[in-house]
Design a binder for this molecule. Structure first.
Ligand code: ATP
Length: 404
């Protein structure tokens, strides 16, 4: 221990003490500055690495290809915004599991809110392999060309993350499958609603097949890909499997894609997808709406059956009403059920050439609805004529009584 007395030596000792304090304080400051510098350097390297990684992901996620595709498309292409990963992290509360809206083969869909207050649906791909990437870019390119009220709107995408992310408008009432197949005592999808949904889906498919600048085949029409908005209007979604004729001139696929139960048997055999394959899948959705049964349903605890095959069999035996959904039986017009049943039968024809086009399907459904509303109007008119007549009759009786 350092001992200091009040002599010249003691003075020297005090100076030594000051030196020691200066050295200690200096060293501490030096170490702090060094640590701060190292921390800043680490942050800088991390930032640079992140930037490099984002660039790498952007490239790997097909960003360059996508930019090229979007820039070479004609003026019909909508503005597709490229979102930053940070924006989407904030919007979905870090991809919180509580925000999950649904999970499909391609990825998970989360509900989110952008800083401007817009509600969005964010689809995060599961894995990135070549095929998934192709599907992803395909969906962006196809959807960015679409402008139809019954086709989901793609707002943008994010490519700087490990897996690509798509951002859509949010469709508030979820998918049609839920309303047909999940028991809900509080809400019933009425016959009128089912007919309207069928017309809207048919109209959107007809637009994809013929009205859009290049014909597009959806290739995965099913009730989980039909979403319902706040007014229960139908919106077609999930264009990952769809193809435009411009992209795929042959329509010959190396492996058959689609969902079991909705798959066109002709396409399954030939691997050749045509617009009539979408018509077949739409036919299955029509039967789902008519019957309330799943496309593959259990006929007994040990037997699963294809709804399409079962329906065709019943139609051949003239037993359409056997399959009609009990929940709508009392509130539908029999002529409408017969017309929709016959139309579904045509859509499910095993020979694609004999199926109607989506345009013809739409026209037929519109005719059914129109006829139904005419019948309703007629019966309302009849009711009011009857009411008038009975008023006149009552008037006559009272006149007679007054005369007497
Ligand atoms: N824009 C959206 N708004 C609201 N919910 C959505 C939206 N897009 C998808 N969803 C919900 O997320 C679910 C999953 O959608 P996704 O398209 O990924 O898969 P899927 O159609 O169920 O299955 P797959 O991809 O295997 O065909 C949908 O069924 C729907 O309930």
């Amino acid at each position: 221990m350092l001992k200091c007395v009040n002599t010249r030596g003691g003075f020297r000792c005090a100076i030594n003490k000051i030196y020691i304090i200066i050295i200690v304080v200096g060293s501490v400051i030096f170490i702090l500055v060094l640590l701060f510098g190292l921390w800043r350097l680490y942050k800088l390297i991390k930032k640079r690495q992140n930037k490099e990684l984002k660039k790498k992901f952007f490239k790997r996620n097909g960003g360059l290809l996508l930019q090229q595709q979007l820039s070479t498309s004609d003026g019909s292409v909508q503005k597709t915004k490229i979102y930053s990963s940070k924006e989407l992290e904030v919007a979905t509360d870090g991809f919180n599991v509580n925000r999950i809206l649904g999970e499909g083969g391609q990825g998970t869909v989360y509900k989110g809110m952008l800083t401007d207050g817009r509600i969005i649906a964010v689809k995060k791909s599961k894995v990135v392999d070549e095929e998934n990437l192709e599907e992803f870019i395909n969906e962006v390119v196809i959807l960015s060309q679409m402008n139809h009220r019954n086709v989901v709107k793609l707002l943008g995408c994010c490519l700087e993350t490990q897996v690509p992310i798509l951002v859509y408008e949010f469709i508030s009432n979820g998918n049609l499958y839920k309303y047909i197949h999940v028991q809900n005592d509080d809400f019933l999808l009425s016959w009128e609603m089912r007919l309207r949904i069928a017309i809207e889906v048919a109209g959107a498919l007809s637009y994809l097949h013929s009205a859009a600048s290049i014909p597009i085949y959806h290739r995965d029409i099913k009730s989980t890909n039909i979403l319902l908005d706040e007014k229960y209007r139908a919106t077609i979604s999930d264009f990952g499997s769809s193809r435009s004729i411009a992209i795929d001139q042959t329509h010959l696929t190396t492996h058959v894609q689609g969902t079991f139960g909705y798959l066109d048997p002709e396409y399954f055999q030939s691997s050749q997808f045509t617009e009539k394959s979408d018509v077949y899948s739409f036919g299955v959705v029509l039967v789902e709406l008519l019957s309330g049964k799943k496309p593959i349903f259990s006929a007994s605890p040990t037997e699963s059956r294809s709804l399409a095959t079962h329906f065709i069999m019943l139609m051949e035996d003239n037993r359409l009403f056997d399959i009609l959904d009990a929940r709508v039986k009392e509130h539908c017009h029999n002529e409408e059920v017969v017309a929709v049943g016959n139309l579904a039968r045509k859509c499910l024809n095993l020979n694609g050439k004999n199926r109607p086009t989506m345009k013809e399907v739409t026209t037929e459904l519109e005719r059914v609805i129109q006829k139904g509303s005419n019948v309703q109007q007629d019966s309302q008119e009849n009711e009011s004529i009857m009411a008038d007549l009975s008023m006149q009759y009552m008037g006559c009786i009272s006149d007679i009584n007054n005369d007497l």
